[in-house]
Write a protein that binds this ligand. Structure first.
Ligand code: 6PG
Length: 475
């Protein structure tokens, strides 16, 4: 029996590709599937069980492309970087005007912009789609951030909406802008993810090292927090991980895991792009930096024997304070992420809808949390100067939680427990609420040693002081 032409093709049957193909099949679509290593295809078809009926396996790229309805929609779930360019070289001769190919990996949005242009010259379309939610999300409902043409979105929309996570019935997927918009938003999502993970780990650190709590007790506390304003996927998984015991040793699994965290690059990209646009996201920087320091395990082992703590008497904050501190810091980290999105929207002329982005992050993605709904509402309401922290509702939440963040940061400093992300959040909050900062001295220093000039508070224009002469005259 010959099968109907497929609605979509999925190339790449690794963890995420397989899960998305099965999700599409389960949602009633016909899916052509293939993989570079063709022996994976049979294994995947077996795993598909009854869903195999919806799947058309293909052993060659030609067969795969021929199995698709036109205009074609092809989703590539392959490693980002050079493999994607090689894939485009291979598939392009087989495509026709109006076909769309989608890169669903964590690609650098600069590459996506370049590829988008390359395909546009051929009459085909390129979509950069950020997919969040890990394997479970991909299989049962991810959050997806789409960048590309309106034409591609028309093709993709019914399928993307069907497989996406739902928040009160609304699909967590949106067409966010052209070319690299989707991949950029996904990159910043990951930057916020890094900061949130780091902040949770810092709270764990203060309870473990300051209060001497065992992992399962900390996990149980996090589980309780799931009933409050911190409700989120990352607290949920942290709670579960901390309470999981190692079968071999009978100890908590987290106690058996080496304290060295890896990274694939999206957190770093968020920072690089932020800095290029004159933005600073110090909570994300702290998180990326902390992963770097975590890898310097041998140095830390030596340093522990050389560097004294010099702690000062401090009380360990109580659980309620830690909960509020984490809430304040989480709000501030998100606000920094949204500032980067706003800056990129300007820079690349994307007209990003920050309310919509908050909405599609409410379910399916790794940073999903109760707060995202508050953020969506804040962006929909009148937002002073476009800044999340200036929203009356968000500022009120901060007003309630900042004293706790202050106490926790003070305690961390006193106890000698490193809180790089939590303290960065507070430093940013305090910097932003000072109408008069200290950069007047920075300008004086720059002018003193480099004649860089400065602006005055009382007159327009650019000024330079002859500092040594002024100093000697006044001596
Ligand atoms: C997601 C995740 C996912 C992945 C990141 C983590 O949204 O589903 O962010 O994309 O977990 O690649 O990146 P690191 O390996 O850099 O932590």
């Amino acid at each position: 029996m010959t099968k109907m032409k497929a609605d979509i093709g999925v190339y790449g049957l690794g963890t995420m590709g397989s899960a998305l193909a099965l999700n599409l099949a389960e949602s009633g679509f016909q899916v052509a599937v293939t993989n570079r290593e063709t022996d994976w295809i049979a294994t995947f078809m077996q795993k598909a069980g009854p869903l195999a009926e919806q799947l058309t396996p293909a052993n060659t790229l030609e067969e795969f492309v021929a199995a698709l309805k036109t205009p074609r929609t092809i989703l590539f779930m392959i490693p980002s970087g050079a493999p994607m360019d090689a894939m485009i070289d291979a598939v392009l001769p087989l495509l026709e005007k109006g076909d769309t190919i989608i890169d669903g990996g964590n690609a650098d949005f600069h590459d996506t912009r370049r590829r988008f242009k390359r395909l546009a010259d051929t009459g085909a379309h390129f979509v950069g789609m950020g997919v969040s939610g890990g394997e479970q999300g991909a299989r049962h409902g991810p959050s997806m951030m789409v960048g590309g043409t309106a034409h591609s979105w028309q093709q993709l929309k019914p399928m993307a909406e069907a497989i996406a996570a739902k928040y009160n019935g609304a699909p967590c997927v949106a067409h966010l802008g052209p070319d690299g918009a989707g991949h950029f938003v996904k990159t910043v999502h990951n930057g916020i993810e890094y900061a949130d993970m780091q902040m949770i780990a810092e709270v764990y650190g203060i309870l473990r090292d300051g209060a001497g709590w065992e992992a399962p007790r900390i996990g149980a506390l996090f589980e309780e927090w799931q009933n409050g304003p911190l409700e989120s996927y990352l607290i949920e998984v942290s709670a579960a991980a901390l309470q999981t015991m190692d079968a071999d040793t009978g100890l908590p699994v987290v106690d058996m895991i080496l304290d060295r965290a890896g990274q694939k690059g999206t957190g770093r990209w968020t920072l690089i792009e932020a800095l290029k646009m004159g933005q600073s996201a110090n909570t994300i920087e702290a998180a990326v930096g902390a992963r770097g320091w975590s890898s310097e395990k041998p140095v830390r082992e030596v340093a522990q024997t050389i560097l004294t703590a010099g702690t000062v008497q401090s009380d360990v904050p109580d659980a309620a304070e830690l909960e509020k501190a984490l809430l304040a810091a989480r709000i501030l980290a998100h606000a920094q992420g949204f500032r980067i999105l706003a800056a990129a929207s300007e820079e690349f002329d994307w007209a990003l809808d920050l309310a919509r982005i908050s909405e599609i992050w409410r379910a399916g993605c790794i940073i999903r949390s109760a707060l995202l709904d508050d953020f969506a509402q804040a962006f929909r309401d009148e937002l002073p100067m476009g800044h999340l922290i200036l929203s009356p509702a968000i500022a009120a939440m901060l007003a309630d939680a900042i004293p706790a963040l202050r106490r926790v940061v003070m305690a961390g400093a006193g106890l000698g427990t490193p809180l790089p992300a939590l303290s960065s959040a507070l430093a940013w909050y305090d910097s932003m609420r000072h109408a008069r900062g200290t950069a007047n001295l920075i300008q004086a220093q720059r002018d003193f040693f480099g004649a860089h000039g400065f602006a005055r508070t009382d007159q327009d224009g650019k000024f330079h002081a002859d500092w040594p002469t002024l100093a000697s005259e006044q001596a």
